[in-house]
Ligand binder design. Structure first.
Ligand code: DGL
Length: 268
């Protein structure tokens, strides 16, 4: 047992797809969430820049005494392996393994689509892992650079996001994928729109949600679960623009969640 908080980071609201599931499956856990909104979007950064962001985020959460850190971010997970974060002193979970495992379990046709940020598609960590785990798998990866800025500014269910999604998803449809990995944790925030375009026959794999499953498995196997089974507290820290974060978080987690994020410098 360990009653310290779980640390979760992303560039912004994307990691809330992980938090949403965690609140459901581990309601007794305390969570410290960091949205690095000042440096968002991550998906167009270089590996060096992503490495700096990941190490800063890890330091920020470790200074707050967390027991485990999750990169609820496909871009960091794909580009910065934990072995490269020399400052890491607690167990670490990323989105890759739980996400590809869920996709393999879901596919019947063995044709899997991945939509994610340009940096995630370029790194191809998920595609490579899928093909290693099953050599019959056929993968298509489509970068969707407009999604994160649109989602961060609150376009979760309107004509602007719908038009953008229609153009990105045309390739996935043409490829005939029966399973689509939402390889950026922001994309589950627009899963209703994606579902409308692809229909019910395509399984959507939510990388944020799968990261939460990965966190639960890790805490169980390390004996680090919280004693409490309900009443966990969640704190939100952002590096820029608390209002924008709180507004989108409120829509996604529900108004009752009453999100009031706290503005912090990443070095604080
Ligand atoms: N939500 C993140 C991801 O999963 C970061 C996206 C971004 O900031 O571009 O890739």
């Amino acid at each position: 047992m360990n009653n310290k908080a779980i640390g979760i980071f992303d560039s912004g609201v994307g990691g809330l797809s992980c938090v949403k599931e965690l609140l459901h499956i581990l309601p007794g856990e305390d969570i410290k969430y960091l949205g690095d909104t000042l440096r968002m979007p991550y998906g167009i950064k270089t590996i060096e820049e992503l490495h700096r962001c990941a190490c800063d985020n890890v330091d920020f959460l470790q200074r707050r005494g967390v027991k485990l850190i999750a990169a609820a971010c496909g871009t960091v997970s794909s580009n910065v392996p934990k072995e490269n974060m020399a400052n890491l002193t607690v167990p670490f979970v990323d989105v890759i393994r739980p996400t590809v495992t869920a996709a393999l379990a879901a596919t019947r046709s063995k044709r899997i689509g991945i939509i994610a940020t340009p940096a995630t598609i370029k790194a191809n960590s998920m595609g490579r892992r899928l093909e290693e785990m099953d050599s019959d798998i056929k993968v298509i990866g489509v970068p969707c650079p407009d999604f994160v800025p649109l989602i961060e500014s609150g376009h979760l269910d309107d004509d602007i996001i719908r038009k953008s999604a229609q153009s990105y998803l045309a390739e996935i449809k043409a490829f005939g994928a029966d399973t689509l990995i939402l390889g950026c944790t922001h994309y589950p925030l627009i899963s209703k729109v994606i579902r409308e375009i692809l229909g019910d026959d395509v399984a959507l794999i939510d990388s944020g949600r799968e990261a939460a499953t990965g966190i639960k498995t890790a805490l169980e196997s390390l004996g680090l679960l919280n004693e409490k089974t309900s009443g966990g507290k969640t704190e939100f820290f952002v590096t820029n623009n608390t209002e924008a974060f709180d507004a989108v978080a409120g829509i996604f987690l529900g108004e009752n969640a009453n999100i009031k994020s706290v503005l912090k410098d990443i070095k604080e």
